[in-house]
Design a protein around this ligand. Structure first.
Ligand code: COA
Length: 320
């Protein structure tokens, strides 16, 4: 049995408001807020990369919990924006934090990454393969954003969140689910090489490209169904869930999910208005923000669900 025993987050210092984009493209604060809810986001500095943010999130986890991480035996970094493809981001974190004996692996599942990471960590700990697993969602999306595409560049931000998974007396992970619509892979991609997905031509320029409407429709149409399935799988009802924390892609998507479920928005923490879409870091940021504001507390039942590029999703119900 396993649980999250420590938790931390980090956002870079540089705050970027919506007016920043007005200086080089045809857009405005009002459009961005009305379509996405985003007011500000954070961008990493030149020379500050995903593993640097990941390390800061783990340092925050240590500060908050006082836990010893020197004997962590596995590090999972969930990211779409590693410093480079090889060595992986987890290995950079291992080196920078001086964690001597950790296995290191990156999970590459875009905005669903953090939850996939939790699922893998749970499997490792519950099977006894590893005892102390760090799961980190970390992104420097500003370094892979196409600043000539006004429909996407306004969305993304940089951040990191970290959780430590360890054995426990009681099981804290109540249920998991996941699934993928690979047939929609071309609707949200980042390619360095190949110029087609599913036979559809794509631009291999190494920046994030999306068909915003298609992703929006897929998320709003599918995620409420997957939330209901997950709750049923756990043998619970919606009333048993204290907070639903969906990936903070867009405030309109989150509101549509809450409306479909007839679930109150004040129990749906988000990080998108302040930090933009931070992909695999967005769920940790939303939890941290809710905790700071007196929302989520220890013992609450949380339903976490990430979704995005793939198009893939992953969910869990966890006792915080
Ligand atoms: N500023 C001003 N106008 C903009 C703009 C911007 N930054 N970006 C697009 N527009 C314009 C479009 O050109 C279009 O103009 P037109 O009607 O003259 O052609 C109009 O706004 C509507 O564009 P559309 O793309 O249909 O807007 P939308 O309501 O679908 O909103 C997104 C666009 C990207 C905000 C929305 O589709 C979205 O959030 N999708 C999900 C994206 C997402 O979350 N991705 C990550 C998932 S993990």
């Amino acid at each position: 049995m396993s649980q999250i025993t420590a938790f931390g987050t980090y956002v870079p210092e540089k705050v970027i408001d919506n007016h920043y984009f007005e200086s080089f493209m045809d857009t405005n604060d009002e459009w961005i807020i009305s379509r996405t809810g985003i007011k500000t986001r954070r961008f990493s500095k030149d020379g500050e990369y995903t593993s640097d943010l990941a390390v800061k999130a783990v340092e925050n986890l240590v500060e908050q919990s006082g836990t010893d991480i020197s004997d962590v035996d596995y590090i999972i970094v969930c990211t779409t924006s590693p410093d480079q493809p090889m060595p992986n981001a987890a290995s950079r974190v291992q080196y920078k934090l001086g964690i001597k004996n950790a296995g290191c692996n990156d999970v590459y599942a875009a905005c669903a990454g953090f939850i996939y990471g939790l699922q893998i960590a749970h499997g490792f700990v519950n099977s006894g393969v590893y005892k102390k697993v760090l799961v980190i969602g970390a992104e420097t999306l500003s370094k892979i954003t196409d600043f000539e595409d006004r429909t996407s560049c306004i969305l993304f931000g940089d951040a990191a969140g970290a959780a430590l998974i360890e054995p426990s007396e009681e099981e804290h992970f109540i249920a998991f689910n996941s699934g993928t619509n690979g047939d929609l892979g071309h609707d949200l991609y980042l390619s360095h090489k190949k110029n087609s997905i599913n036979g559809v031509g794509i631009n291999p320029h190494g920046k994030i490209v999306q068909n915003g409407r298609s992703v929006f429709k897929w998320a709003v149409g599918n995620i409420p169904i997957k939330i209901r399935e997950l709750i049923a799988k756990a043998g619970l009802t919606l009333d048993d869930i204290d907070y639903i924390v969906p990936h903070s892609a867009n405030l309109r998507i989150i509101e549509a999910i809450a409306k479909d479920l007839n679930y109150p928005m004040d129990r749906v923490p988000e990080s998108v208005t302040e930090f933009g879409n931070t992909s695999s870091a967005s769920i940790p940021l939303a939890i941290a923000k809710s905790e700071r504001n007196g929302g989520i507390k220890k013992g609450d039942k949380l339903l976490l669900i990430g979704f995005g590029g793939g198009l893939t999703f992953a969910g869990t119900i966890v006792i915080w």
